[in-house]
Write a protein that binds this ligand. Structure first.
Ligand code: FAD
Length: 435
C-alpha cells in the first residue's frame, strides 16, 4: 500500500523532467581524432566544451547515459556562491585566511552562471531571491555573526544575521533558532539550465555522444586513446567530469570521490495562500543540520521542492519519501495532509577533504567533488579546466591544487556511509538538545 500522502499521479522521477527529460541524442559519428575528449555531459562537461569551442579547440563530449542523466537535471536548483564552501564536518576546519581564496572563486562561480544565463538568454527561471540558512541550534546561530563577516569580506555574499524574532520575515516556521540571509543567492530550474547549455553546445556544432560510455583510457605518447563500445578516439587531452557517477574507468578518481545519494520530494500544487506562508520572499532555504535539508518553491511558486539527506548511501527514493515528508512537516506543520507528486534521487560527490577539486592527475584533467553544491561550482570548474587547456588562465584557480587526497582503505566501496549517517544524526540530536 503506498503512503496516503502519495498523490494519485505520483511518479518516482524528477519533477524537473516534466519540463526537460534527458533523452538520447541522434547518434553522432565518432571522430577518429579530436583535440579534447570530455567525459560526462553535466554542467561541468558542457561548460568545459562551450569554453573550448569558444577558443576554437575541437572537442567531443561523451556520456554513458543520456546527456543530463546525472545530478545536473535532478538537483534542488539552489545557487549560493560560497555559503557551502569549506563547510567541513569531518576534515579539519579552515582558518578564514585559508578559506579566503576559495570563497573568492565561489563568488566568481556564482557570477559565471549568472552571466552565462543572461548572455545566452537561457530561460531557466533564474531568480536572485536570496538564500536563508536556518540555524539548527543556538551554537550554530551564535557562530553566524562571524560567518556573515567572512562571507561578506571574501565572497561578496551580501549576508546578514537574522535573529529569531525576525525569522518569520524569511520563512513561515519557528523551527530554527534564527539564521542568516545570503543576499547574493538565487534559484533556477536545474533541468532547463542544463537544456540551455546542451542547446548551446549543439548550436555551436559541438559533438555530444550520448549512451556512449568511456570504457578505456590509454596513454599514447603525449595524448590518449579513448575507448568506447562504438570505437576508439585519439585525443590530445581528456577532461574527467563524472562527479558522483565516477566509475571504474578512472580508479584513481573513484578512490578520491565518495558518491552520496541526495533525495527530493515535490508537493502537489498548493493553495496560493498556503504556498505564500512557506517562504514569503521566495528564498532558497537550507539549514545547518549535519543531516541537511534544503528547499525552495517551484518556479511557478505553487509547490514546495523539499530535499535532504534522508538516507546516506543510495536507496530507492520511494523508501526515503516518508522520511523527507516527516522532515517537511517538522518545519511546516501547516502542510499536513498535502500530497506529493514526485520523489527522486541523484548522486553528489564528496571528497575526503570536503572541498571541490580541479587539476591534472595521471595526465588527465578533472573537475570533480561538488560536495553537495555544484550548480555554480561544477560549471565554474569545467569552465576553468577548459581555459587552462587553452592556456588562458590569468590567475590560478584556488581549487586547482596538486593535492587530491585519498585514503588507503577506500577504493570506491561506500559501506561506511550509514555509519557516518548515524554519527551525524547523533551529533545533530546532541546539538539541538543543548539549545
Ligand atoms: C538531489 C540533488 C540535489 C542537489 N541540489 C543542489 C542544489 O540545490 N544546489 C547546488 O548547487 N547543487 C546541488 N546538487 C549538486 C549538483 O547537482 C551537482 O554538483 C552537479 O550537477 C554536478 O554536475 P557535473 O557535471 O559535475 O556531474 P553530473 O551532472 O552528475 O554528470 C556526470 C555525468 O558523467 C557521466 N558518466 C559517468 N561515467 C561515465 C563514463 N565512463 N563515460 C561517459 N560518461 C560518464 C554520467 O552519465 C553523468 O551524466 C544536488 C545534487 C543532487 C543529486
Amino acid at each position: 500500500m503506498p503512503p496516503a500522502f502519495f498523490h494519485a499521479d505520483f511518479k518516482a522521477r524528477p519533477f524537473w523532467w516534466e519540463a526537460h527529460e534527458p533523452k538520447p541524442l541522434p547518434e553522432v559519428t565518432l571522430p577518429r581524432e579530436v583535440r579534447v575528449a570530455v567525459v560526462g555531459a553535466g554542467y561541468a562537461g558542457l561548460n568545459a566544451a562551450l569554453e573550448l569551442a569558444r577558443e576554437g579547440i575541437s572537442c567531443l563530449v561523451l556520456d554513458a547515459n543520456e546527456p543530463g542523466f546525472g545530478a545536473s537535471t535532478r538537483n534542488g536548483g539552489m545557487v549560493s556562491g560560497g555559503v557551502n564552501v569549506g563547510k567541513r564536518y569531518l576534515a579539519k576546519p579552515m582558518s578564514d585566511e585559508e578559506a579566503s581564496p576559495y570563497l573568492a572563486d565561489a563568488a566568481d562561480a556564482f557570477g559565471l552562471v549568472e552571466d552565462i544565463i543572461a548572455r545566452e538568454n537561457i530561460a531557466c527561471g533564474w531568480t536572485r531571491a536570496g538564500y536563508f540558512v536556518g540555524a539548527w541550534c543556538k551554537s550554530h546561530y551564535d557562530a553566524m555573526a562571524h560567518k556573515v563577516e567572512v562571507l561578506n569580506r571574501y565572497a561578496r555574499a551580501e549576508a546578514q544575521v537574522i535573529p529569531p524574532d525576525r525569522q518569520r520575515e524569511e520563512i513561515g516556521s519557528d523551527y530554527y533558532r534564527g539564521g542568516m540571509l545570503i543576499g547574493r543567492g538565487a534559484h533556477l530550474h536545474p533541468a532547463l539550465y542544463f537544456k540551455g547549455l546542451l542547446d548551446l553546445c549543439l548550436a555551436r556544432g559541438i559533438a555530444v555522444a550520448s549512451t556512449t560510455p568511456v570504457i578505456g583510457l590509454t596513454q599514447n605518447g603525449a595524448g590518449w586513446e579513448v575507448t568506447t563500445p562504438r570505437g576508439t578516439i585519439r585525443t590530445g587531452d581528456v577532461i574527467i567530469a563524472t562527479n558522483g557517477y565516477t566509475g571504474d574507468v578512472t580508479p584513481q578518481f573513484k578512490r578520491r570521490v565518495v558518491p552520496v545519494g541526495s533525495y527530493i520530494i515535490a508537493t502537489e500544487e498548493l493553495d496560493p495562500a498556503l504556498a505564500a506562508t512557506i517562504s514569503p520572499k521566495n528564498r532558497s532555504i537550507a539549514d545547518t543540520r549535519r543531516v541537511l535539508t534544503y528547499y525552495r518553491k517551484s518556479p511557478d511558486g505553487r509547490r514546495l521542492i523539499f530535499g535532504g539527506r534522508a538516507k546516506f548511501g543510495q536507496t530507492d527514493p520511494v523508501e526515503t519519501a516518508p522520511v523527507l515528508y516527516r522532515f517537511m512537516l517538522d518545519r511546516f506543520p501547516q502542510l499536513k495532509g498535502c500530497k506529493i507528486t514526485h520523489t527522486w534521487t541523484g548522486n553528489v560527490a564528496f571528497t575526503l577533504d570536503e572541498m571541490p577539486h580541479m587539476g591534472r592527475f595521471d595526465n588527465l584533467h578533472y573537475a570533480l567533488g561538488c560536495n553537495g553544491s555544484g550548480i555554480a561550482m561544477m560549471s565554474y570548474l569545467g569552465h576553468q579546466t577548459a581555459r587552462k587547456i587553452a592556456g588562458r588562465v590569468n590567475r590560478v584557480c584556488a581549487f586547482d591544487r596538486p593535492e587530491f587526497p585519498d585514503h588507503p582503505l577506500y577504493t570506491g566501496n561506500t559501506w561506511f556511509l550509514p555509519w557516518i549517517g548515524r554519527y551525524f544524526r547523533a551529533r545533530d540530536w546532541l546539538d539541538r538538545r543543548a539549545g
